[in-house]
Design a protein around this ligand. Sequence first.
Ligand code: PGA
Length: 275
Amino acid sequence: MLEHVQCDVTTCNSSEKQQFGEDMAVRKKLIAGNWKMNMLHTDGAALARGVVAGAENASCELLLCPPSTLLSWIAETVHGSTVRVGAQDCHEAQSGAFTGDISAAMVRDSGASHVILGHSERRHGLGETDSRVQAKVEAAHGDNLVAIVCIGETEVERDAGQTLEVLSTQLDGSLPTSGTITGANTVIAYEPVWAIGTGRTPTLDEVRAAHAHIRAHLEASLGEEALQVRILYGGSMKPENAEKLLTIENVDGGLIGGASLSAENFLAIAAAANV
Ligand code: PGA
């Protein structure tokens, strides 16, 4: 079994805290690649090695989320580097008759430290509900995985002016209510459904408003801890638009689909997160 790596925590150390003031969080940016249903052993390892080669120039955290068939392989490939590995989903049960699924413990056992949950391709393509996502987040935390919880409005909801309301509902329904959410175990990914894989993105003001809303909503339930929770933007982020998106207040990184399938593009986005 591979050595299990605990991800770097998002928070600043105590001298940095003093420098910035106790209540101002310094959240290290996270650039996460969601490979979706792409890559076989050889090209996956080549991609991971390419990312590792550029990782030492990155001041942000880098995470690769390959398909489950490659989790152990990619964890081995990046072993010894700062690059982390995450799964794209896990089941909420610990074990049992769930053909085709993998548990949080299996994800952990593969050498991964993170898991993406509630991605829109699962919510809308496979009918995953908020309460199902919530159960999965609890399972992920139970096995010491960092849960990357995806939320985002459809185009119809945006056109109807319901974006912020949808985000609140998804946060309330998808996050455990047991008071266990911290900046170390949970990341939120704001991904407008209509921006995923389409080449379209919201305006910078729309992204700013969505992220500010998510931060405020988290603060209402988590208090100060909400300042430690990273909020990623996802949906057609690429080298050309990354710097503009990543310098918006409360945008603490990106969840990258298409552009993460090239080490060059992925590292160019990571470089934009360094500024
Ligand atoms: P995209 O995908 O970057 O290809 O739009 C993002 C995602 O689905 O996480």
